[in-house]
Design a protein around this ligand. Structure first.
Ligand SMILES: Nc1ncnc2c1ncn2[C@@H]1O[C@H](COP(=O)(O)OP(=O)(O)OP(=O)(O)O)[C@@H](O)[C@H]1O
Ligand SMILES: [Mg+2]
Length: 138
């Protein structure tokens, strides 16, 4: 089975410096290494504030690592920028957020279709796919 994710020495710190305290780094991820193989189902557990969201944001390419490397399907994510990153997030990564971030101004059908609208797919295909997914949740 090939690896979908290869993470090496991943570090993520937040700089919480203020005017009074200019060197205040919060080290959240302190050099994590692991792999996830294709088809593998992985859960992350830990107490509140331990860094789960920080890890998922860096793996999901919403946020950049402070140090270390993440390879996603063989590509080093630190070498990917702008449109290419947006393309991967749109077509290869699914996010289910703690808060749903549904668009109030869109219908349920349009919310389901949103990633397909962004990638400019055929309208009839989008409607058919949205119907298929909606039926799975009835
Ligand atoms: N943008 C930020 N700036 C500064 N510190 C941050 C930022 N985001 C998170 N932190 C800090 O990093 C640490 C890890 O936060 P994170 O949100 O990743 O934890 P979590 O495991 O997802 O927690 P929860 O279970 O409550 O969702 C916490 O100490 C948090 O205060
Ligand atoms: Mg969290």
């Amino acid at each position: 089975m090939r690896n979908i994710l290869e993470v090496k020495n991943l570090v993520r710190s937040y700089n919480t410096a203020t005017f009074r305290d200019s060197k205040n780094n919060v080290n959240v991820l302190k050099g994590i290494s692991f792999q996830v193989a294709e088809g593998e189902f992985v859960g992350i557990m830990g107490k509140s504030g331990c860094g789960k969201t920080t890890l998922l944001k860096t793996l999901g390419m919403i946020d950049k690592p402070t140090d270390g490397t993440i390879k996603f399907m063989g590509e080093n994510t630190s070498e990917l920028y702008g449109d290419k990153l947006a393309d991967i997030r749109n077509s290869k990564i699914g996010f289910i957020f703690q808060d749903f971030y549904l668009m109030d101004s869109l219908s349920v059908e349009e919310n389901i279709m949103l990633p397909m609208i962004i990638s400019k797919q055929n309208i009839n295909k989008m409607i058919a796919e949205a119907k298929k997914y909606a039926e799975q949740f009835q």
